[in-house]
Design a protein around this ligand. Structure first.
Ligand code: S3P
Length: 426
């Protein structure tokens, strides 16, 4: 679907359910007693991979669009899968499920697509091995395919070298199967959905400063969870509403957990008209409606502790920076290199092709904004967030913006182009 310059952007939308929360709802439901019911579930390819893995381990899960019912079998109720567990494109599935598999009395094999086979798994192999788990990269390259499981686990106090909620969650989930207290200390706090949600399921889990701690062997009990809209999906429309002319957008029911909401602070720092309305708490998570209107933006520095709170939004934040006057410097974000694509490289290549002055650095990028963008063929590298970020750039570019692949949006936002099209045609 080619994207053309938008004359205006007005309306009210709801974005799909939060991806991180949807994954966790299925996983924690599967290892809890009784039924877990999720409404507002993200019916995207990544979360379907998680459902597929637990079905393959004997968990009865029914799904109708965004409504999912999981018949949990308790901490020790999973059965040995008869096939390779297919994690698709999903890093969250791979890393979190490995923590659970490490505590099972059987060995499982995990594998996924080409992208997942390049993503670093040494970061979970190290702590799980320290807990006594059996985990092996079958190609000896610290990537999937992985073989996991089979031995009793010891608790661990882990000092993680990276701020990663996937690593933290993997170790905490393995900690459920260890006899004693397991903790993870991060260099900077990452998203805390695991801590919030596992506590709701009955685990003894706490976070204090940079450290999250869990006590092994809890009885987890199924929950009803309303999954809020994903701020990582709302981000595309937040930026669209700020950079398009004559824009006035209301994005309803978005998760605004402070460990995820860095984009709101950055948009404000850049001079954006952005306000949170109707702030409330739903299933233990802060939620609000987000209102944005056309803004005169200026560049800023984005670095330090805020980075994990907006790591997935940096491609579309780079697009916002390209439309802002002055220079934006993004630092401390080397994790971008190990996402679904190397996002320092893929953002740089596409923004350069659109006529923007951008310099990649070891841990981020420097963007001199304010030059007119021109439409081009976007190279997505099959990365959903690259496709969507550059669809937003296309709304302010001269000429047509096209994509080598649009289907990759199905990972996190299957109706993205439809929603965008509805808004621009009003
Ligand atoms: C996620 C954590 C982040 C994020 C990913 C989802 C999660 O990854 O980029 O999209 O659900 O825990 P890292 O923890 O590796 O930074």
């Amino acid at each position: 679907m080619p994207i053309n310059k938008a004359k205006s952007l007005k309306g009210e939308i709801k974005v799909p359910g939060d991806k991180s929360i949807s994954h966790r709802g299925v996983m924690f439901g599967a290892i809890s007693e009784d039924i877990t019911e999720l409404t507002g579930f993200l019916d995207g390819a990544d979360c379907r991979s998680t459902i597929g893995c637990f079905k393959a381990m004997g968990i009865d899960i029914t799904q109708e669009h965004d409504h999912v019912v999981i018949h949990g079998k308790g901490l020790h109720g999973l059965s040995e899968p008869q096939q390779v567990l297919d994690v698709g494109n999903s890093g969250t599935t791979t890393r979190l499920i490995s923590g659970i598999l490490a505590g099972q009395p059987f060995v499982s094999t995990l594998n996924g697509d080409e992208s997942i086979q390049k993503r670093p798994m040494g970061r979970i192999i190290t702590p799980l091995t320290q807990m006594g788990a059996y985990i092996r990269s079958l190609k000896n390259n610290n990537c999937a395919p992985l073989e996991v499981g089979g031995v009793p686990l010891a608790p661990l106090r882990y000092d993680s070298p990276v701020a990663s909620a996937q690593v933290k969650s993997c170790v905490l989930l393995a900690g459920l199967y260890a006899d004693g207290i397991t903790s993870v200390t991060e260099p900077v706090v990452s998203r805390n959905h695991t801590e919030l949600m596992l506590s709701g399921f009955g685990a003894n889990i706490k976070s204090e400063g940079l450290t999250a701690t869990v006590v092994g062997g809890p009885k987890l009990v199924g929950q009803k969870i309303e999954v809020p809209g994903d701020i990582s999906s709302a981000a595309f429309f937040i930026v669209a509403g700020l950079i398009c002319p004559n824009a006035d957008l209301l994005i309803k029911n978005v998760n605004t957990n402070p460990t995820r909401a860095g984009i709101i602070k950055v948009a404000q720092d850049m001079g954006g008209n952005i306000e949170l309305l109707n702030e409330r708490v739903v299933s233990g998570e802060p939620v609000a409606d987000i209102h944005v209107t056309t803004s005169e933006l200026h560049g800023c520095e984005i670095s330090g502790d805020i980075i994990p709170t907006l790591i997935d939004e940096l491609p579309v934040i780079a697009v916002m920076a390209a439309c802002a006057s002055g220079t934006t410097v993004i630092k401390d974000a080397s994790e971008l290199k190990v996402k679904e694509s190397d996002r320092i490289a893929t953002v740089t290549e596409n923004l350069t092709n659109m006529g923007c002055d951008i310099t990649p650095t070891e841990d981020g990028m420097i963007i001199s904004g304010g030059m007119p963008l021109k439409g081009t063929l976007i190279k997505t590298y099959l990365d959903h967030r690259i496709a969507m970020a550059f669809a937003i750039a296309g709304l302010v570019a001269d000429g047509e913006t096209t994509f080598d692949n649009e289907d990759c949006c199905c990972i996190s936002y299957p109706d993205f182009f439809k929603t965008l099209n509805n808004l621009t045609n009003q």
